[in-house]
Design a protein around this ligand. Structure first.
Ligand code: ZN
Length: 252
């Protein structure tokens, strides 16, 4: 989900205007992709205790960012974010407030920073049918809703699921969704960097800035709780050839 419009609509834009980064997702893509002025990337990853990221998701994010940008990627992980409980549905304003309180690093000098926040609950827009697993909400910020990621995943005994249960293991879901949100920050799809050939999903039910390719990590279902029922137990966790062509062109 790309929430630039939502920010403005909810009044967060004003909140953000007080000396903070007001850019929308994708607007800072070139900070990460261009060789200059930022020669390295720091991922600041803050989490509510008990909702830490899966190690595999952190490793994959690091490697996908390295492949996309050609830069060294450093990750710093810190717990202690004041969460509101696994049953809480966070508003965008609450997410922005948490970032304001807990984010320590911003882009500057020779380093671009990506802020990744893990909270324990879900999102205000969630319905019983579909929950948002994560969202890119500013030019350098994404949030993951670990409570909803858990619900969309198999957390134990994943090889012995009852017939008809297609929930992927939690590490699979999280690898895919964290790379997907990073993709929005990097300008995909048609979200700040130009498409080299048309590959944006034009179905209005699928949200904006997604790939039409079910084999791309930028496919819309990756960031929703229906991920398993649509994409099965191993959702895509890499950019496809069209995504990669866009990223490569934007680096030049
Ligand atoms: Zn998305």
């Amino acid at each position: 989900v790309c929430l630039a419009a939502a920010l403005a609509a909810s009044g967060c834009a004003q909140l953000l205007g007080q000396g903070r980064d007001t850019s929308g997702p994708g607007e800072r893509a070139r900070d990460y992709l261009r060789a200059q002025p930022y020669t390295s990337v720091l991922v600041e990853l803050d989490y509510v205790d008990g909702s830490a990221p899966e190690d595999r998701a952190v490793s994959l994010l690091q490697s996908r960012l390295n492949q996309a940008t050609g830069k060294a990627i450093e990750v710093v992980k810190t717990g202690g974010v004041a969460g509101m409980g696994a049953g809480h549905r966070y508003t965008l304003g609450e997410v922005v407030d948490l970032e304001g309180k807990f984010r320590g690093q911003s882009t500057g000098g020779t380093q671009a920073v990506l802020y990744v926040l893990y909270v324990d609950g879900g999102f205000e827009r969630d319905t019983n049918e579909a929950k948002t697993l994560a969202a890119a909400y500013r030019g350098s910020s994404v949030v993951l809703f670990k409570g909803s990621i858990r619900e969309a995943s198999c957390t134990s005994n994943c090889l012995n699921l009852p017939v008809g249960n297609t929930k992927p293991p939690i590490a699979e879901v999280e690898e895919s969704v964290v790379v997907h949100e990073a993709g929005h920050i990097l300008g995909l799809v048609n979200n700040g960097i130009p498409m080299q050939s048309p590959h944006e999903d034009t179905d209005p039910d699928h949200g904006r800035h997604h790939s039409s390719d079910q084999g791309s990590v930028m496919y819309w279902a990756v960031e929703t709780s229906v991920v398993g029922s649509i994409l099965g137990q191993t959702p895509p966790d890499d950019f496809d050839a069209n995504d990669k062509a866009d990223l490569q062109a934007a680096r030049a």
